[in-house]
Design a protein. Structure first.
Length: 619
């Protein structure tokens, strides 16, 4: 700034000096002229250079003062600017801090907003959980109330006890030809044509098929334990009759215990349906697929038994099952008939009646002069062995099974002549059995179930519902197994949730097995047997019976060849719900009993049967 002022002052001084010098030069060089005398006006004297310099100095001093003032102003402005810059920096810092605070506050607000949102969500979840808890508690309270007022099972020390399967029945049967069998039909007892019973009809009414069932179930961490009891009143005591009180005894149907593991193994022991009996679900007990008939003998051709068994089964992913069982054996008494000139052996025994004082029935027929025993029990070599495979691939239920049977009797070859002897006695053994299977498939959107089942083999008569004979005897008393088969076809139409209609056709067959004996024949179904008297009605009181008991005609040695049955019926549920089930059914059956032909032809018997049922099932 000082340099600028000095330069300015120098410039002003030089300018002034230049002006003065120019004026001096102009005065000295001007040519001399003669002047007119002119009156001059008074001209004030011009300031001198000194005065001008002084003025300039004064001006410079004044300008210096102004410059100092400006300098001071600039300094003040610099100070103000610096203060402003400091203030601006401070403001910027404050602004940054404020922005950071605002951002922090914004983040805090965001966090608070998220927290509020989370809290709202938690409150909503809490409300939902509370409502769910309230609903659960209400459901549990309703279930507890239901369990108390309408329990599905009784809880006892950690197990459940359920009577499901029990029912009370009022049933009737009318037969076109009498059999004397109550509501249970003896299929091989259908009277032959022209017999006395064939000329009579019969009617019986009964509540004996009423059933009581009880299932107990307990669970542990390793397996589930079950026990099942089932009984009805179709048993007969030696004093049971229809005279007045109709007092019949209780009969065991099923009594078994079971352990089922979580890996699919099941172990069951006791009296139960045979493993040969078809089931509806895998090999599960209590799902046996029985014909829908009212008749407790079920249907001709139905393969079944209810007897002791110990069973082991394995479930493979609810698609396949495999099982084996050892079951109580019983050999039906050998059926042997001889033609003229022949004879059936008697030098053997296969079992005996029950021993008095034992647990088997050793009583005789009341009122019979012979006091013949009511039952006989074979001396079994081994249990019947059964193996079965079940498949449920997604459509239908399929089974294949095999039965192995072991027969034995004791033979006395020297039990003849004047001095019979037990010398040389020996046990005769033979093995029989068969193969069977079944299928059941749903059609027409599960409204119609189609079923087919059967068994084929040797010595398997007792597993057919007609209980045709297992075997006959050779002339030396050795056992000869009879070939047979059983088959049943079923149609079950589920018309409505309350109405089921069923139609069955089935039959049991046994083959003939004949040997030469003496001058004639013996065995089963000899064509030389005399059937000439089969078309005649015997007179009451003559041999082989006495009194009013019905009898087959004399000179009628015909033996059964097959029994066929046609059945049509329905079940209708008047009510089915929490209070149980009330149902009614009517069934019509037609039987055709055929015999092996002999001398005089092949007599037969037919029967038409109508049965009704009115039942209440416990829920």
């Amino acid at each position: 700034m000082n340099t600028n002022l000095k330069a300015l002052a120098s410039l002003v001084l030089l300018s002034a000096m230049s002006v003065g010098h120019a004026q001096t030069t102009a005065t000295s060089t001007k040519p001399s002229t003669k002047k007119k005398t002119v009156a001059r006006k008074h001209v004030p004297a011009k300031p001198s250079v000194q005065s001008q310099i002084e003025e300039l100095r004064n001006g410079l001093n004044s300008q210096k003062g102004e410059i100092d003032t400006l300098r001071q102003q600039l300094a003040d402005r610099d100070a103000q600017l610096q203060q402003a810059q400091q203030a601006a920096a401070a403001a910027q810092s404050a602004a940054n801090q404020a922005q950071q605070a605002a951002q922090s506050q914004q983040q805090t607000l965001a966090d608070n907003s998220q927290a509020v949102s989370n809290l709202q969500g938690a409150v909503g979840d809490l409300k939902t959980n509370t409502q769910s808890l309230v609903t659960t508690i209400q459901d549990q309270q309703a279930q507890v109330k239901k369990d108390i007022e309408h329990p599905d099972a009784v809880h006892f020390k950690g197990i459940t006890i359920s009577p499901t399967g029990s029912f009370l029945a009022a049933e009737t049967v009318w037969r076109n030809r009498a059999t004397g069998g109550d509501i249970n039909t003896s299929f091989t007892g259908i009277p032959l044509e022209n017999s006395d019973a064939a000329r009579m009809t019969e009617f019986f009414g009964s509540g004996r098929q009423s059933r009581i069932a009880l299932l107990a179930e307990g669970k542990t961490s390793a397996f589930t334990m079950r026990g099942y009891y089932e009984a009805d009143w179709l048993g007969v005591g030696v004093t049971s009759n229809n005279n007045q009180s109709n007092s019949y005894v209780m009969r065991q149907r099923q009594l078994w215990a079971q352990a089922e593991t979580q890996s699919g193994w099941t172990f069951t022991g006791g009296q139960m349906w045979s493993l040969a009996t078809e089931t509806k679900q895998g090999m599960t007990n209590r799902t046996e697929n029985l014909p829908m008939t009212i008749d407790p003998q079920y249907e001709a051709g139905f393969v079944w038994a209810r007897q002791y068994g110990f069973r082991v089964t394995k479930n493979f992913a609810n698609k396949f099952w495999f099982g084996v069982s050892a079951e109580n054996a019983q050999t039906l008494a050998p059926s042997c008939a001889a033609s003229t000139g022949g004879s059936c052996p008697t030098n053997y025994f296969i079992g005996s009646a029950g021993t008095n004082g034992g647990l088997y029935n050793g009583g005789g027929a009341p009122g019979a002069t012979s006091s013949g025993n009511l039952a006989s029990y074979s001396f079994n070599l081994a249990p019947d062995m059964i193996a079965k495979v079940v498949a449920e691939p997604g459509w239908g239920h399929y089974e294949v099974f095999g039965i192995a049977r072991f027969f034995r009797n004791r033979i006395y070859p020297n039990d003849s002549g004047a001095t019979p002897s037990s010398a040389g006695a020996y046990n005769d053994k033979t093995v029989g059995g068969g193969i069977g299977g079944s299928l059941r498939v749903p059609t027409f959107h599960k409204h119609l179930d189609v079923g087919l089942k059967g068994l084929w083999g040797d010595g398997i008569g007792r597993y057919g519902s007609s209980t045709l004979p297992d075997l006959t005897l050779r002339p030396d008393a050795q056992l000869a197994l009879l070939h047979g088969f059983s088959g049943l076809s079923t149609l079950e139409y589920h018309a409505t949730p309350r109405l089921d209609i069923y139609a069955n056709y089935g039959g049991d067959y046994v083959g003939r097995y004949v040997f030469t004996s003496g001058t004639g024949t013996e065995g089963y179904g000899s064509p030389l047997l005399s059937n000439t008297g089969c078309g005649k009605e015997p007179v009451p009181g003559t041999a082989p019976t006495s009194g009013f008991a019905p009898a087959n005609p004399s000179s009628c040695a015909a033996v059964n060849k097959d029994v066929q049955e046609y059945t049509l019926g329905y079940w209708y549920d008047f009510y089915k719900g929490p209070a149980g089930r009330l149902r009614q059914g009517i069934q019509y059956s037609y039987f055709d009993r055929n015999t092996w032909s002999g001398v005089g032809g092949a007599p037969k018997g037919t029967d038409a049967i109508i049965e009704t049922s009115f039942r209440y099932y416990l829920p």
